[in-house]
Design a protein around this ligand. Structure first.
Ligand SMILES: C[S@@+](CC[C@H](N)C(=O)[O-])C[C@H]1O[C@@H](n2cnc3c(N)ncnc32)[C@H](O)[C@@H]1O
Length: 296
C-alpha cells in the first residue's frame, strides 16, 4: 500500500533542489523552437496549498522555498523557477503571495509551449485525482495549449512503455518516494532499459541523503554510473549534519545527458543554496561528474 503524500513535504529544501534543476533543464530545452516532451514518472498531486493541514504539520517550506521567495530578486539564476511558482499563485488568484507551491507537473506546465507535450504518471488513487484537478487549473502559458496526458499507473513500467517518445528531445523526471527499498534498484534497472530505447533523452533522478545507517545514495550512484549513459552529472545539497539512524539531511539530483552548461549553472547556484538553506554548520554541497568530464 502506498502511504507517502507529498503535501507533508511540499516546498522543502529537497523540492527546491529538484525543481530548480528541473526548471534549468526545461529552460535549456525551450531555447530551440522544436518541441520537447516531458515525462514525470512519479507526479504526485501536481501542486499544493501551503495552508493545508498536512503541509502545515511540519511546515517544511519554511526551511525551503519561503526564505528564497522573500528575496527572489537576489536569485536571477532561478528566475524561471520563481516564474513557475508565480504562475501557479496567479492562476489560483493569490496576489503576489506564496500561498501555493507547484509540484513538478505544475513547474513543467509553466515551461510547456503549444509544440511541447507533458505525460504525468501517478499510482496513488487519491493523488492521481488531485493531479487531475490541479492540472485543470491553467497556468499562464498552458491556457493556450493542450492539456497534459495523465496516466494512473506504475511510472517505472509506464516509462519503458512510452519510450522512445514521438518528440525526440525531452526530459524524464524520476522522483520516487523510496518508501520501498526496491525503489533504488528499480530506478537503476529502469534507466538501463530506458537507455536502450531512448539514449538521447535527458533523465533527472531525485534521491534522498539519509542517516548513516539507512543511506543508500552511494549504491544508487554506482548503479547509475553503470546504466549505459555517457554523461552523468550529480548535484547534492545538504542542509544539516548526517545523523546515525534517522532523518533526511539533504538530497541529490543525478542528471543523465545534462544540457550544455548545466554544470556551470549548478556550480554557481549550489553554494548559494547551501548558505541560504543551512540548518547547521555541516550544511554543504557537491557537484561531480559520475561519468565523463566536459572536454575543455
Ligand atoms: C516524491 S512524490 C512526487 C513529487 C513530485 N514529483 C513533485 O516534485 O512535485 C512521489 C509520488 O510517487 C507516487 N508513487 C509511488 N510509487 C509509484 C509508482 N511505482 N509509480 C508512480 N507513482 C508512484 C506516490 O504516490 C507519490 O505521489
Amino acid at each position: 500500500m502506498l502511504s507517502y503524500r507529498h503535501a507533508f513535504h511540499a516546498g522543502n529544501h529537497a523540492d527546491v533542489l529538484k525543481h530548480a534543476v528541473q526548471s534549468l533543464i526545461l529552460e535549456a530545452l525551450s531555447i530551440k523552437d522544436k518541441g520537447f516532451c516531458y515525462i514525470d514518472t512519479h507526479a504526485g498531486a501536481g501542486g499544493y496549498a501551503l495552508d493545508h493541514e498536512w503541509t502545515q504539520k511540519k511546515a517544511e517550506y519554511l526551511g525551503g522555498i519561503a526564505p528564497l521567495w522573500q528575496q527572489r530578486e537576489k536569485w536571477p539564476q532561478l528566475a524561471g523557477y520563481f516564474a513557475a511558482i508565480d504562475a501557479m499563485n496567479d492562476a489560483m488568484n493569490s496576489d503576489q503571495q506564496l500561498d501555493f507551491y507547484p509540484g513538478s507537473p505544475k513547474v513543467a506546465e509553466y515551461f510547456k509551449r503549444p509544440q511541447d507535450n507533458l505525460t504525468l504518471m501517478e499510482l496513488h488513487n487519491n493523488e492521481v485525482e488531485l493531479l487531475r484537478e490541479n492540472m485543470m487549473v491553467p497556468g499562464r502559458r498552458s491556457s493556450r495549449s493542450q492539456s497534459p496526458t495523465i496516466h494512473h499507473r506504475d511510472g517505472f513500467e509506464g516509462l519503458i512503455a512510452l519510450l522512445p517518445p514521438t518528440l525526440k528531445r525531452g526530459l524524464v523526471l524520476i522522483d520516487p518516494p523510496y518508501e520501498l527499498k526496491e525503489d533504488y534498484h528499480t530506478v537503476a534497472s529502469t534507466l538501463a532499459k530506458a537507455y536502450k530505447r531512448w539514449p538521447i533523452g535527458i533523465y533527472a533522478i531525485w534521491y534522498p541523503l539519509l542517516a548513516r545507517n539507512v543511506d543508500r545514495s552511494g549504491a544508487l550512484k554506482t548503479a547509475l554510473a553503470n546504466s549505459g549513459f555517457k554523461d552523468i552529472l550529480c548535484a547534492e545539497l545538504s542542509v544539516s549534519e548526517q545523523a546515525e539512524d534517522f532523518g533526511m539531511y539533504g538530497s541529490g539530483m543525478i542528471v543523465l545527458n545534462p544540457p550544455w552548461k548545466l554544470d556551470e549553472q549548478l556550480n554557481e547556484l549550489l553554494p548559494r543554496l547551501a548558505d541560504a538553506l543551512a540548518q547547521d554548520k555541516a550544511a554543504g554541497w557537491s557537484l561531480e561528474w559520475l561519468k565523463s568530464a566536459p572536454s575543455v
